[in-house]
Design a protein around this ligand. Structure first.
Ligand code: GYE
Length: 338
């Protein structure tokens, strides 16, 4: 599909107004270096962080995790002097497609995107490729051809799901009626956490997933869906797998409202390891959280600079993660950054 320049600029103006496009910060003035007669001028000077223009399409602000991720990206851009065009898609794939087209029109050096869902991207990745703009997936990848992106930086969601199941087995003695609060439908973390969780549990007939529904990774939906699970299944629920802390915190509230003790009557395992999850573990209402690291800014811009200079980078860059439990939550909370 071809889009006229006027349409792109009109779209850009609209996006700037509706999505709060933030450009950070303007480039510092170039430093004047003394001429060195012995060094021949290089035909293509290596770019530095101050030369880089990066477009980043963020999913939204659905969770504390996302907020921490956004701060990490903006702060690192400001620290390095990268010219960042940041767009918040408010959880809408269409907004992300428009953002990529805007970045192409702006001729950015590199595009970073956390893809809200895996499928339904149409031609937009091809369009970026045709324009010679490399794409880096940050946090969530999409289901596109391998030549349509250069690298994917983020967590191993499958392993996070497996770890949640391993922890759940220990907490319940391999006997549980589990309800699952799934993340955004068709998002990579929801798909893979569900798969990893089931992969481990399949060998344990006492571990039954009695219900599973999306809470869209938000606390408000986690609360609502858990309320409806309790209406439907009552006290037969003995465990909750919340695919992120925010939904887990919503579930804790719903369980308290219902008159049961979260963490005791109903075991809860969630994912992310944000500060509030540690507070819940200290209060005894959450049993464990599997870490998913949102502080991806430094690794992202390091990759972006390499890619802009045509250097080879690995196709997959994983983040290093852990699992946390109540026994040392108070000590670890002191060092948590999100
Ligand atoms: O777990 C959740 C957020 O994509 C890994 O998105 C991320 C997930 C994270 O909304 O809290």
């Amino acid at each position: 599909m071809k889009i006229s320049k006027t349409l792109i600029s009109a779209g850009l103006v609209l996006l700037l107004i509706t999505q709060g496009c933030a450009r950070l910060p303007s480039k510092p003035p170039a430093t004047v270096l003394p001429t060195l007669t012995t060094v021949p001028p290089s035909p293509k000077p290596r770019k530095t962080y101050q030369d880089l223009v990066v477009g980043f399409s963020q999913i939204g602000a659905e969770s504390e995790w996302r907020t921490a991720d956004t701060i990490s990206i903006k702060q690192e851009a400001a620290r390095l002097g990268v010219d960042l065009i940041f767009m918040d898609a408010q959880q809408e794939q269409d907004n992300q497609i428009l953002a990529i087209r805007t970045f192409i029109a702006e001729k950015v050096d590199v595009i970073g995107i956390s893809a809200v869902v895996e499928t339904g991207w149409g031609d937009v990745f091809q369009e970026a490729k045709a324009a010679g703009i490399p794409i880096i997936f940050v946090d969530r990848p999409a289901d596109v051809a391998p030549d349509e992106y250069v690298t994917y930086l983020g967590s191993d969601f499958l392993e996070e799901g497996r770890n949640a199941a391993r922890v759940m087995l220990g907490l319940t003695g391999a006997q549980a009626n589990i309800v699952e609060l799934v993340g955004t439908i068709d998002s990579a973390p929801a798909v893979d956490r569900s798969r990893g969780f089931r992969e481990i549990l399949q060998g344990f007939p006492g571990m039954k997933i009695i219900d599973s529904e999306s809470g869209d990774f938000t606390r408000a939906r986690g609360l609502e869906v858990m309320r409806s699970f309790l209406q439907k299944h009552g006290k037969s629920i003995t465990a909750v797998f919340a695919q992120n802390d925010d939904m887990g915190l919503g579930a804790i509230q719903a369980i308290q409202e219902y008159g049961l003790k979260p963490g005791v009557d109903i075991k809860i395992v969630s994912v992310d390891a944000e500060k509030e999850a540690f507070e819940a573990m200290i209060a005894g209402t959450l049993n464990a959280t599997v870490e998913c690291n949102p502080l991806l800014g430094p690794q992202f811009f390091e990759l972006a600079l390499k890619v802009a200079n045509g250097e080879a980078v690995p196709k997959r860059v994983p983040s290093i993660e852990s699992i946390f439990f109540p026994y040392n939550a108070a000590t670890i909370l002191l060092t948590r950054k999100y």
